[in-house]
Design a protein around this ligand. Structure first.
Ligand SMILES: Cc1cc2nc3c(=O)[nH]c(=O)nc-3n(C[C@H](O)[C@H](O)[C@H](O)COP(=O)(O)O)c2cc1C
Length: 734
């Protein structure tokens, strides 16, 4: 699949450095805990910020025989190297307010020692340091290319932190965490590169120059430390270290390392003999070390640790996405001009490609000549009789990456003979321009005089396999083929099957629509499923699984099934009798579960789509406000659901029931008509954070969504996608 130069760079950089990145991130997590463990040691005294340098130096001079130096570290712990009254040379933490010993210096734990060496050089000395420096730079480039990809995805810089639709775990968190970790990662990589350059002396040299005029040094006027301005006016928090005079000789002075400069001070008079600002390189090096290691700040160290964990996640999720994209490869057996069927695909992340490949493979299996290509590779197809375009939509109704040039190429190509075309759009209702690019392609194809539209553009929300199967059925009927998709590949996981006993079943002939309800009790009392989940049934050992939306009624699995004349699974279920058992899989369908926190839910269904809602009504113990709009053909169609509904109404589990019959009166009434009639009420449900759930046929879903879109625009002045993004619209149509 063609990918953009930015995505390619992002991927190539990641592939070339991921082993080093993993090692650096892993050791980085360990090292982030070093400054944290240091800081939680209690060597910082209260009121530290108020202590003056004069106070501490005086205490040190009084308490010890000799003082060599004193240091203040990033944690504000003060240490001193002294000769004690007993004549021992010692270095320890002191209380700056008294000069007394507080404790021994913190020794670096062996784990941190190990991690530091590994993180810096992978135990490979200079060679390792070079690798680590390069890895740091590559990670910086990965962050930059990732930023460009996010900007492109969001279609503008301004929307960089805008909402991301959660369609896929890896992709969603790769982007969301990528944005959050961007700044820390850029800082940690740039400082890493800087420290490597510094270590290898590749930065310009700047040295600190001090000029002491030894001829003018004088012992008078002698002053007490507290009267020497440089000591009494300097707070300890401004000091990095103090080197004490080596002897009483007036030419030996104090060397004060302050935060921004070095000052040399006459030990008798307190006169500043010389002072110099640190060179920029030294300041930058110190800042780099602090930013890179998190020294001195628990918060920053924690941010760095989280960024390192995120880096490990990016490696994982990046590879998951790449493998998914690579899985969707295009393979042709025949030449483009020899094929009767041509499938063109517009895809960015590979899922539409997988679906298109399924059709391509099934056509080849049936002995048909099929050719598959990306939309950007559009060309002449001499033997093409049926063109199928399967395309996703990106941005604001734009083409996916591998279809970006299709419109231009299309305009340059002249077809020579008649062909049929059908367009399938993959998209998501979470975006305002649902499957818009599919409609663009359809309109474009209509401009070709040789092209005849075989089917209207068909839209698929959230990669619904059921919806795609439905389209395949319509299309294959039109072209005179019998295509059966190997659904297992997409929907079947390795989860184990359970045994269910049939405890209730209605008789199909009692219902005017050839529909029945059937209830299964899971064996061994299994009850960890919810209304809205799916039951996957294989009617025969080698057939594809069929999925049914279930209701949980009386802790059992409740299905409503329409028997199809030639339907393998519906007839298999219809032949079951009370007492029979069945092996099937329960699939969690999180997207169509009803949260207990939802206060108000408006349920819309037609036909057998009522099943999950009957379960939700039956389970409604938390006083949720439930309203049901159901569409059926005749009054008799409703009979088999009546008991559960009446029980719901009686016990106030269901507050409102609206039914639309399409074949009872002269005028056909459908659910969307009732919704239109109750437009203000529907708008109120959304406005008050209620949820709308739709279950049933795709055709009904389409009509209902059009009405809901219009209601949102008219009454709420917002597109429906806003509510979809907030989780207030849940769909399960097939
Ligand atoms: C950044 C982004 C933008 C999208 N924009 C739209 C859109 O405008 N309209 C739409 O219907 N779907 C949109 N989608 C959903 C995709 O079209 C849908 O997930 C599709 O199945 C992806 O197919 P692919 O994996 O073949 O690229 C968008 C998805 C992403 C990640």
């Amino acid at each position: 699949m063609t990918i953009s130069i930015w995505r390619y760079s992002h991927l190539a950089l990641a592939v070339s450095s991921f082993v080093f990145i993993i090692l650096a991130a892993f050791t980085g997590i360990i090292l982030a805990f070093e400054p944290i463990s240091n800081q939680i040691q209690l060597y910082k005294v209260s009121g530290f910020d108020e202590v003056t340098l004069a106070e501490t130096v005086q205490h040190l001079k009084t308490n010890y025989l000799e003082v060599i130096d004193m240091n203040v570290d990033v944690n504000d712990f003060v240490s001193a190297s002294v000769i004690t009254e007993e004549g021992d040379a010692e270095t320890f933490y002191i209380n700056p307010k008294t000069g007394e010993k507080l404790g021994e210096l913190i020794e670096k734990a062996p784990l941190f020692n190990w991690a530091t060496s590994f993180h810096r050089s992978l135990f490979l000395k200079s060679t390792g340091r070079i690798f680590v420096g390069i890895t740091s730079f590559l990670l910086f480039l990965i962050a930059v290319s990732g930023t460009v990809l996010i900007v492109k995805r969001q279609r503008s810089f301004k929307r960089f932190f805008g909402k991301i639709v959660n369609e896929n775990f890896s992709q969603y968190y790769h982007v969301v965490l990528g944005r959050l970790s961007l700044i820390p990662i850029i800082i940690v990589t740039l400082t890493g590169v800087y420290l490597s350059l510094y270590r290898f002396d590749l930065l310009p040299k700047e040295t600190l120059i001090q000029n002491v005029n030894y001829d003018e040094i004088s012992e008078t006027p002698k002053r007490e430390l507290k009267d020497q301005a440089i000591f009494s006016d300097t707070k300890l928090s401004e000091v990095r270290s103090v080197e004490f005079p080596f002897s009483d000789d007036v030419e030996d002075y104090y060397t004060l390392q302050l935060q921004d400069r070095e000052v040399l001070v006459n030990q008798y008079t307190g006169e500043v003999l010389s002072e110099a600002k640190y060179p920029l390189i030294a300041v930058a090096s110190r800042l780099s070390i602090n930013l890179h290691t998190g020294q001195g700040s628990i918060l920053w160290a924690l941010i760095l640790a989280i960024a390192c964990v995120n880096i490990l996640f990016f490696v994982y999720s990046g590879f998951v996405m790449t493998l998914k994209r690579r899985k969707a490869k295009l393979k042709n057996t025949f030449k483009k001009d020899a094929c009767k069927y041509v499938i063109l695909v517009g895809s960015e992340n590979g899922s539409s490609l997988q679906y298109a490949n399924m059709l391509h493979k099934q056509l080849l299996k049936l002995g048909e000549m099929s050719f598959i290509a990306e939309l950007n590779a559009y060309s002449t197809y001499r033997s093409c009789e049926h063109l199928v375009v399967i395309t996703a939509t990106y941005g604001q109704g734009d083409a996916p990456e591998n279809a970006s040039n299709f419109e231009n190429i299309f305009k340059t190509i002249k077809t020579e003979k008649a062909y049929s075309f059908s367009v399938v759009g993959f998209g998501s209702l979470a975006y305002p321009d649902f499957c818009k690019y599919a409609f663009t392609v359809d309109a474009l194809l209509q401009t070709d005089p040789n092209a005849v539209q075989l089917l209207k553009p068909f839209t698929i929300h959230n990669k619904s396999f059921e919806a795609y199967t439905k389209w395949i059925n319509s299309w294959s009927k039109k072209v005179g083929l019998q295509i059966q998709l190997p659904g297992d590949a997409l929907v079947e996981s390795n989860k184990r099957k359970r045994t269910f006993n049939v405890v209730q079943k209605t008789i199909t002939s009692d219902n005017p629509d050839d529909t029945f309800t059937i209830t299964f009790k899971p064996k061994l009392g299994f009850s960890r499923f919810k209304s809205g989940d799916l039951l996957a049934i294989k009617p025969q050992a080698n057939s594809a699984e069929r999925l049914y939306s279930i209701g949980k009624v009386n802790a059992s699995v409740f299905l409503s099934v329409k028997r199809q004349e030639l339907g393998l699974c519906s007839n298999f279920l219809n032949d079951l009798k009370v007492g029979d058992s069945l092996k099937a899989r329960l699939i969690k369908n999180k997207e169509f579960r009803l949260s207990k926190r939802t206060k108000h839910v408006l349920m819309i269904a037609n036909g057998t789509g009522i099943a999950p809602f009957l379960g939700m009504i039956d389970q409604n113990t938390s006083a949720q406000k439930m309203q049901l709009y159901w569409g059926g053909r005749r009054k008799a169609s409703f009979k088999m659901y009546k008991d559960i509904i009446q029980d719901g109404l009686q016990h106030n589990k269901l507050q409102k029931l609206e039914i639309a019959y399409s074949q009872e009166d002269e005028h056909k009434v459908y659910v969307q008509h009732l919704l239109e009639r109750d437009a203000e009420h529907v708008a109120q449900v959304l406005k008050q954070k209620g949820v709308i759930m739709i279950c049933g046929s795709i055709a009904m879903q389409k009509d209902v969504l059009l009405v809901l879109e219009a209601i949102c625009e008219r009454h709420l002045e917002q597109p429906l996608s806003v509510y979809k993004n907030k989780g207030q619209l849940k769909l399960d149509c097939y």
